[in-house]
Design a protein around this ligand. Structure first.
Ligand SMILES: Cc1cc2nc3c(=O)[nH]c(=O)nc-3n(C[C@H](O)[C@H](O)[C@H](O)COP(=O)(O)O)c2cc1C
Length: 158
């Protein structure tokens, strides 16, 4: 019940931010993204990280350009959900595009999307060459998943 409530609040929020050209809707305006990244990095002493999707629409994935621009702006690390905004949560996360990003920039890349077990985390590390993984939905109701993954990657034991 609590989970369902959280998810519907997120869905309402997603509609609101996209209507206002915020969140993933921003991916339609790369110049604005670049200006926001420059401004954010310039405004604080702390490391600034970016979390984003592959693009706004399928067929117009612009994550490679956005990631390169983020690196230029001085972003410290980039987390990528392997779907477009159009995908919402449908289909499977596309890890091959996250790998392309990883190979084209030098800042740490954090892979995100559909990681729900230690074995899946290991596969995503292998498929993407990423520096870290990010977990959303699978941590809801099982917050120990992070410990399980760390243990499995370190020891190979479940
Ligand atoms: C309840 C909920 C809230 C979320 N809030 C945000 C958010 O504020 N910002 C964001 O970038 N992504 C948000 N996400 C998306 C997740 O960070 C993540 O990218 C997405 O769920 C895919 O990863 P997963 O398959 O591990 O869940 C949210 C997801 C859920 C389920």
């Amino acid at each position: 019940m609590a989970h369902r409530l959280l998810i519907s609040i997120w869905a309402v929020r997603l509609k609101k931010v996209c209507r206002r050209l915020a969140g993933s809707a921003l991916l339609q305006d790369e110049d604005l993204v670049a200006r926001l990244l420059d401004a954010a990095v310039g405004a604080v002493d702390a490391p600034v990280t970016l979390k984003t999707r592959l693009g706004f629409e399928n067929g117009r994935e612009n994550i490679l350009r956005v990631a390169k621009r983020a690196e230029q702006a001085g972003i410290a690390a980039i987390a990528i959900h392997g779907r477009t905004r159009e995908d919402m949560y449908s289909g499977e996360a596309r890890y091959e595009l996250i790998r392309e990003v990883k190979e084209s920039i030098s800042i740490p890349v954090i892979a995100n999307g559909d990681i729900d077990s230690a074995q899946k985390a290991q596969r995503v590390y292998e498929l993407t060459g990423c520096d870290a993984v990010m977990i959303g939905r699978a941590a809801q109701g099982q917050p120990w998943i992070f410990r399980d993954i760390e243990h499995f990657l370190r020891t190979g034991e479940r």
